[in-house]
Design a protein around this ligand. Structure first.
Ligand code: NAP
Length: 267
């Protein structure tokens, strides 16, 4: 029987984290590094990813920054190739990036915006998974973690939003629900290769709404009051779920969603 610390150990594993310089992304990257993985931080601003990687390396971790645009097939293929060229393996993929520039309310929706958003936030995840799967299949192991949202389990609780904030993005909720279906599909399809696919459904993290406006402050107060744990997510909260799903500690877990929302979706 293996020691539990060994089960969580990611030494020698290589992880890609998309959007790894963003809010949740930075914590995900740090958590994987602290567990011993070599982490590829990837997003459109490759320079910012490289800077973050340099900070982590200065702390003794193993990380590199690379460019990735999830709306471009060539960029997706190039990233997978570059990671294999550098490390010769891909053990973990965290589909974390989100492009909010085409998120729209029902009233604001156009076919172009809906398609552009879906192209990056959902199809991009499928195509990046496609690009890493051959290496995982060959190794007969791998962990893909889709960062969904509590919005992929419910919908905005409209009565909690002040009137001026009711036009919430219809495609964010839609895409996040779709990621739950994608997670189960991929888990079912690739289990035979020893590849596990799971999702994490986080709650609100540092949304900045508190400083935004009176309405924003009101919403934050309502959120905290309603949330069973009476708080926004903190910077360490996603590290545990992601390391659990990335590591052998979750060897018999696939097609699952770790709900990390302070209890928001229980009622
Ligand atoms: N923050 C929350 O309250 C919250 C709550 C629930 C769930 N989530 C989920 O958690 C994940 C991370 O959210 P976040 O708030 O931490 O995001 P964020 O801070 O807005 O960061 C988004 C990241 O995605 C990257 N990105 C955007 N478009 C991209 C593209 N076309 N190709 C590659 N990378 C791209 C961005 O980097 P570049 O600009 O350099 O490309 C950035 O690093 C998302 O899946 C989100 O839905 C967040």
């Amino acid at each position: 029987m293996r020691n539990v610390k060994d089960l969580f150990d990611l030494s020698g594993r290589v992880a890609i984290v998309t959007g790894g310089r963003g809010r949740y992304g930075a914590s995900i990257v740090l958590g994987l590094c602290e567990a011993g993985a070599s982490v590829v931080i990837a997003s459109r601003n490759g320079g910012a990813c490289e800077e973050y990687a340099a900070e982590l390396c200065a702390l003794g971790h193993s990380a590199v920054g690379m460019s990735l645009d999830l709306s471009s097939d060539d960029s997706i293929t190039a990233l997978a190739g570059a990671v294999i060229e550098k490390y010769g393996r891909i053990d973990i993929l965290v589909n974390n990036a989100v492009d909010r520039s085409n998120l729209v309310s029902v009233d604001g929706a156009t076919r172009e915006k809906l398609q552009a958003s879906m192209s990056t936030n959902l199809n991009g995840q499928i195509l990046l998974s496609q690009a890493v799967l051959p290496y995982m299949k060959k190794a007969r192991r791998g962990s893909i973690i889709n960062i969904g949202s509590m919005r992929g389990l419910d919908c905005p609780h409209f009565p909690f939003y002040p009137e001026a904030m009711r036009e919430q993005a219809v495609n964010y909720t839609t895409e996040k629900w779709a990621m739950e279906g994608l997670t189960r599909f991929m888990a079912g399809r690739y289990g035979e290769y020893g590849i596990r696919v799971n999702s994490i459904a986080p709650g609100g993290f540092n949304p900045g709404l508190g400083d935004a406006s009176e309405d924003g402050k009101k919403f934050v107060e309502t959120y905290i009051e309603h949330c069973p744990l009476h708080a926004w997510a903190g910077e360490d909260d996603i590290k545990g779920p992601v390391v659990f799903l990335a590591s052998d500690a979750s060897a018999y877990v696939t097609g699952a969603t770790v709900v990390m929302d302070g209890g928001w979706t229980i009622w």
